[in-house]
Design a protein around this ligand. Structure first.
Ligand SMILES: [Zn+2]
Length: 214
């Protein structure tokens, strides 16, 4: 069934990835079924790092289905659809300087050829009329974090997974950043990104996520 659905969406992009109805990738009926989260989830790792966090919904169908279709079926237009949903449903800060996305690991990027979070962030930036900038990079070599039991050490290693993009000549001092990702679980990835941004002296960081996977 999943194989058939995947086949149908590649051949007929006017089919909803979640229910096979005739629609542009994600039909209105399925969008209406999203369990919208109107609260700001508190992720402990983000305390003192991110000023506010907003999540569109839980990582359950149909939201999880469209995210997976974006990630694994190369259905790039879904990035725009999710960016629009974030724009329509979440209270977003207006005093922003840059929108950026959590970068993908280089190995995954090589396999997939695109960063799904960037596709979502770019559309959100368009709607907000703010510049999208790839402010962060994910470094190639990462130690296996599972072997590290000390919280402090683990956090330090995790924050070194990311680095500021050296190709950008942008002064980030006191700039307000909107950080976008597709799925959040514990918030530790966002915290690692925020740590790097704070080292560059940014002002406020707001985080926007499509789905919360608990
Ligand atoms: Zn549908």
């Amino acid at each position: 069934m999943i194989a058939l659905r995947k086949f149908l969406t590649i051949i007929f992009p006017q089919v909803c990835v979640a229910c096979d109805r005739e629609a542009h990738y994600f039909c209105r009926q399925c969008q209406d079924q999203i369990d919208f989260l109107y609260y700001q989830p508190r992720f402990k790792p983000l305390e003192n790092l991110v000023d506010n966090t907003h999540v569109l919904g839980f990582f359950t169908p149909p939201l999880s289905t469209v995210i997976k279709a974006l990630k694994y079926q190369s259905l790039h237009p879904i990035g725009s659809i999710l960016g629009n949903l974030l724009y329509q449903h979440l209270p977003l800060p207006t005093n922003l300087d840059f929108v950026t996305a959590v970068p993908l690991h280089p190995k995954r990027f090589k396999q997939r050829g695109y960063n799904q979070a960037k596709l979502i962030a770019q559309q959100l930036a368009n709607r907000l009329e703010k510049p999208y900038q790839p402010l962060l990079l994910r470094q190639r070599h990462t130690q296996n974090l599972a072997s590290v039991t000390n919280d402090q050490e683990r956090f330090q290693l995790m924050s070194n997974v990311f680095a500021l993009n050296p190709n950008l000549q942008i002064n980030l001092k006191r700039k307000n950043i909107l950080l976008v990702d597709d799925v959040v679980t514990t918030g530790s990835t966002l915290a690692a990104c925020a740590t790097q941004l704070h080292q560059a002296g940014v002002g406020k960081i707001s985080a926007v996520l499509v789905a919360h996977e608990s």
